[in-house]
Design a protein around this ligand. Structure first.
Ligand code: PRP
Length: 187
């Protein structure tokens, strides 16, 4: 990658576009193998998962349908209170369907557990979670994704869907942000 093309707020690229592409292909093949013979209802967790989901969906060889859910914690997200609410619920029923939840990152694990409970209670035929990134060192509760793209250390990562204050989601790589950007005092 041409380093001069890097966004000026980026400290270092952790995962390059070609590494992401290769891993998404592998995940798509693995998930397709596991679900051969039936269709998958793919549920993206807004907003972070949107870009990963768009690429993953095109690697799946089983028939798919898609839907989105948006959930949020009250108050300061960085302190992960664990109190979440549904901002936007699914459009379609998940009852009797094989559901694959797509997340950008599993951090404290609170969101993943909440979603497993919420969707599990709605009578799914099966429920799996695919997360692009896993930060096991940040767990507050036990939570495991069925498929993980990359395991990353606890650091501030942005790009390929991941944001800092809603910015950087469109970067084609996953990268760490320069500390002076996230250490800036909130106005
Ligand atoms: C992020 C991410 C996951 C969740 C993971 O969402 O997309 O959904 O946090 O964190 P947890 O394991 O600590 O629960 P966020 O609320 O930042 O919204 P976004 O997807 O719009 O960025």
């Amino acid at each position: 990658m041409d380093p001069t093309a890097l966004h000026p707020d980026i400290e270092a690229v952790l995962i390059a576009p070609e590494q992401i592409r290769a891993r998404v292909q592998e995940l798509g093949a693995e998930i397709s193998r596991r679900h051969a013979g039936h269709s998958l209802h793919v549920v993206g967790v807004l907003r972070g998962a949107a870009i990963f989901m768009a690429d993953l969906l095109r690697e799946l060889t089983v028939p798919t349908t898609m839907d989105f859910i948006a959930i949020s914690s009250y108050g300061n997200r960085t302190r992960s209170s664990g109190i979440v609410r549904i901002v936007k619920d699914l459009e379609d029923t998940v009852e009797g369907r094989h559901v694959l939840v797509v997340e950008d990152v599993v951090d404290t694990g609170l969101t993943l557990n909440y979603l497993r409970e919420l969707l599990g209670d709605r009578g799914v035929a099966s429920l799996e979670v695919c997360a692009l990134l896993d930060k096991p060192s940040a767990r507050k509760v036990e939570a495991t994704a069925n498929y993980v793209g990359f395991t990353v250390p606890e650091s501030f990562v942005v790009g390929y869907g991941l944001d800092f204050r809603q910015n950087y989601r469109g970067l084609p790589y996953i990268a760490t942000l320069r500390p002076e950007i996230y250490e800036m005092r909130e106005e």
